[in-house]
Design a protein. Sequence first.
Length: 70
Amino acid sequence: MSRLGPQAKKLFEVDEKKKRGKSLEKKEKSKKYTFVLPVELMKKVKHRAVEEEKTISEWLKEVIEKHLSD
């Protein structure tokens, strides 16, 4: 988000208390991975994550967990 201008940042403003609360709730171990995805697919993922007010990582985690639980 550091590359966004002031007007665009307003679109992504998050209540700091909510943000801190979220990070305290999710203290599970994580590991960073790199994936290669088609550009159009990644655009769809980003748009869906923004629509649901989640990070891409949060959104992907939920989708993968849901898929694996089926």
